[in-house]
Write a protein that binds this ligand. Structure first.
Ligand code: AMP
Ligand code: MG
Length: 430
């Protein structure tokens, strides 16, 4: 029984250990069209003020507030992109369109609806205030101001800001290349008719989706049979091209469970068993792209221990051996793999957000293991109330499908009583 060689580590310690071994990947420059979802590698600093010039917020007339109540001579027009060179002096006005540069001399804009136009003159109302209906230069951002810190994920508004500041490309962290493999002689391709004792390889598709959501660039390796040599060849081939390997299945204590011994032969197994439910057999290793180069690389890395310099090439790779049971593989992905992939991409925020929720049921504790209980949430007044998704069996994907949150139930014999308020990891809000 090999697995007994691995000490049972507690769940929080295991998660910290994974992150400790996880490098931040290097950076690359991407065009704005490819920036969505990426993570800024350097602070974005405003190269110019926003807006760059005083701009009108409405269609109307640029005037001096001191000319309130008077009839003024119109000296020209300032439209967006076509500024007026004339000066607005006392007794004059300039027609102005939304986005047009406020001409020198004018200090306020009167909306066209509030004026009376007669040929080349315009009458403006009483009580004008300077600074109305215009955006002052630098009122959004001053030149030199930090717009977004490194570690910010780029969404529509962030990309829009970069574009408004005239940056056609952004420096972001590389996305981790992850090789994904299912193991097990019982697995068949989804869509094929399973023979006796066979089941569809569902983990591949669940994990592919989870990996993509976490920002990984996934290479699918398909199904590896429970034969040591085949598994070894597939894994070694995959490691040359990937920053990390994710497998599912083959990490229990059975004689067909070949992943742990394989990872041991390729590098160092740091975690072989975790006090976690589901997911006790979760395995984490650092391995080398080719087994022969291991010792030499270890030496080189000690010499050039540049943080962030790791990645594709000859550096160490991360290997995550997830358990085969569908819920176990997804929950261990959540707890261990997702934060690591986010660290690789330079995310400032590695964990799911958490919110206080009131338990609508008694959450049983499970001896010496931390349980991640799957729940749905509903609003009750100002509170979120959690309902269990039912049987928490590690093979029952229905316990995770549609779940809004994970409630961490600490080891012990108390559990968490109904009515308690706990911090839950939010997967999706109702
Ligand atoms: P193992 O960890 O290989 O002992 O697998 C544990 C359980 O998970 C077994 O019932 C397997 O049939 C199931 N399982 C393993 N891999 C997959 C997969 N890729 N898709 C669906 N079920 C799987
Ligand atoms: Mg198996």
């Amino acid at each position: 029984m090999r697995a007994s060689a691995y000490p049972l580590v507690d769940a929080a310690g295991a998660a910290a250990l994974v992150l400790q071994h996880t490098p931040v990947l290097g950076t690359e420059t991407v065009a704005l069209a490819d920036a969505y979802g990426r993570v800024l590698a350097a602070d974005l600093v405003a190269s110019s003020a926003l807006p760059p010039h005083p701009a009108s917020a409405v269609d109307g007339y640029a005037v001096r507030a001191a000319d309130a109540g008077r009839t003024l001579r119109v000296v020209g027009e300032s439209a967006a992109g076509r500024p007026l060179s004339a000066h607005v002096d006392a007794g004059t006005a300039a027609r102005i369109l939304t986005g047009g540069v406020v001409p020198e001399g004018a200090d306020t804009i009167v909306m066209v609806e509030d004026t009376r136009v007669d040929g080349e003159s315009v009458t403006v109302p009483d009580g004008l205030k300077a600074g109305t209906n215009l955006h002052r230069p630098g009122s959004d951002l001053r030149a030199g101001e930090r717009v977004m810190p490194a570690g910010t994920q780029l969404g529509p508004a962030e990309i829009g800001l970069a574009a408004a500041l005239g940056a056609p490309r952004l420096q972001v962290h590389r996305r981790p290349a992850v090789a994904l493999m299912s193991t097990g002689d019982e697995l068949v391709e989804v869509g094929e008719t399973p023979g006796p004792g066979q089941i569809p390889d569902s983990n591949r598709w669940a994990l592919l989706a989870a990996l993509r959501e976490a920002g990984a660039d996934v290479r699918l390796l398909g199904i590896a049979p429970d034969r040591a040599e085949d598994l070894r060849k597939l894994v070694i081939g995959a490691l040359r091209e990937a920053d990390a390997l994710v497998t599912s299945g083959g990490v229990s204590v059975g004689t067909h469970d070949l992943v742990k011994p394989l990872l041991e032969s390729l590098g160092t197994v740091h975690i072989g068993r975790v006090k976690l439910k589901p997911g006790k057999p979760f395995t984490f290793a650092t391995v080398f792209p080719s087994p022969a180069s291991g010792a030499q690389i270890e030496r080189e890395q000690r010499v050039h221990a540049a943080p962030g310099a790791q990645g594709q090439g000859e550096g160490k790779r991360l290997a995550f051996g997830l358990p085969g049971f569908p819920v176990s593989s997804l929950v261990t992905f959540e707890v261990f793999v997702r934060p690591a992939l986010r660290k690789m991409q330079g995310f400032a925020q590695l964990q799911r957000p958490s919110l206080p929720v009131r338990l609508g049921f008694h959450a049983q504790a499970v001896g010496d293991r931390t349980e991640y209980h799957r729940v749905t949430l509903r609003r009750e007044g100002a509170e979120l109330v959690a309902t269990s998704t039912g049987s928490q069996s590690s093979s029952r994907l229905m316990s995770l499908a549609g779940a809004h949150a994970l409630v961490r139930v600490p080891p012990g014999d108390q559990g968490i009583s109904a009515g308690s308020v706990v911090e839950a990891l939010i997967l999706a809000l109702p």
